[in-house]
Design a protein around this ligand. Structure first.
Ligand SMILES: [Zn+2]
Length: 379
């Protein structure tokens, strides 16, 4: 009897310890401003956008290169802050870099404080003698003008080559001084490194990226087996993370580990300076096993930033963009915040119904912490 009681006490004490440890892993819950909005499960998109707006949401991954007061009004109405990301692309998706930068600057300056700039640099000049010092000087000027982040793109690892034909990887020593300078200025690196795994696989109409590779065969590595494998490029990215522990790195597009959240979790455990955005990869979270994704987002609720990859370009009508942006935000809200059913390519998806404090981190807090300066008080 006496022994049994002792046993019970030990079990209770151990259990309490385990519970306390588990609570330490998860940050303490924060008071939510959206509980009321979440109670309303009405399928009206207006309700979804109202609940979304109540988060003071930050979209950390957009490409906006045009200004229009109607568009700025949308940002105000949704209480939305944006990170407007420049891309250095020799194929010219967004025009040449100088033009693109000027347009992005125009958008940011006309946004009434709702958009901040993520600049980039042309990596193709990497062999010039003054490459790193010149880029660092340029970045410092742009930081002084308000830029809050710097983007590197998939052309590093997949396109850029040395005279001997080998590919330049994101951890190439030539970029090291630039990474150190970004960290020293307390800015963030947004790293779009590699591509979804489907880029290296045979065409599959069920893949979320099927249309992209059909339209962009130059980036479809299945057709270019002589180019580096995905594993090689991601290993170089991981090496960059290890070499620069003081540099905050946000891996764009789920860090190109879109098919298995365990792969992302492994990097989070290993590299405290690493977070990811969800840009253009929400579909992958939708088609993955629901409970696994839900548990991942709850466990790593301070490491995932909301981003979309939405575009606002000079050749597109404002009305169309407004529709597209609002539909995307309503859909993403429905998926992350409610238990409603969504349809994706004929598949029925059940919303994740994440707790309000987790939503608040994904839609707002993480952006502010990982990309300081991204959401200053609106003017
Ligand atoms: Zn993008």
């Amino acid at each position: 009897m006496h022994l049994d009681l002792k046993k019970i006490i030990i079990i209770v004490v151990v259990a309490a310890g385990v519970t306390a440890a588990a609570f330490r892993v998860l940050p303490p819950p924060i008071p939510s401003i959206v509980t009321a909005a979440l109670v309303d499960k009405s399928p009206d998109a207006g309700d979804e956008l109202r609940a979304f707006a109540a988060m003071e949401p930050v979209d950390t991954h957009v490409h906006a290169f045009r200004s229009d007061p109607d568009f700025t009004n949308l940002l105000a109405r949704l209480h939305l802050h944006l990170l407007d990301i420049c891309v250095s692309d020799r194929h010219g998706i967004y025009s040449d870099l100088a033009t693109e930068l000027a347009r992005a600057n125009g958008f940011v300056h006309g946004s009434q404080g709702r958009a901040q700039l993520c600049v980039t640099f042309d990596p193709f000049d990497f062999q010039q003698k003054d490459f790193a010092p010149r880029i660092i000087k340029q970045l410092r000027r742009q930081f002084a003008d308000g830029a809050v982040a710097v983007k590197i793109w998939k052309n590093i690892g997949m396109e850029l080559t040395k005279p001997d034909g080998s590919y330049v990887m994101p951890d190439d020593p030539v970029f090291e001084p630039i990474y150190k300078a970004i960290a020293a200025e307390n800015k963030t690196l947004v790293a779009h490194v590699a591509e979804p795994s489907s880029c290296w696989q045979a065409p599959n109409p069920d893949s979320p990226d099927y249309d992209y590779y059909k339209e962009n065969p130059q980036w479809y590595m299945y057709l270019h087996p002589d180019h580096p494998r995905k594993e090689v490029i991601l290993a170089a990215r991981d090496h960059l993370l290890a070499e620069n522990p003081k540099l905050r790195v946000v891996g764009a597009h789920l860090g190109s580990m879109e098919t298995d959240v365990d792969e992302i979790a492994r990097r989070f455990d290993q590299y405290p300076n690493f977070a990811v955005d969800t840009a253009a990869r929400m579909e992958y979270l939708m088609i993955a096993p629901r409970e696994k994704v839900r548990n991942f987002l709850i466990k790593y609720q301070d490491r995932v930033l909301y981003g979309t990859d939405l575009e606002f370009l000079s050749d597109e009508s404002t009305a169309e963009a407004l529709k597209d942006w609002q539909e995307t935000y309503a859909r993403d809200w429905k998926f992350l915040a409610t238990d409603q059913a969504l349809d994706y390519k004929g598949r029925k998806i059940e919303g994740l119904n994440l707790p309000a404090p987790v939503l608040r981190r994904i839609f707002h807090d993480n952006a502010v912490r990982w990309i300081p300066g991204i959401a200053p008080p609106a003017k």
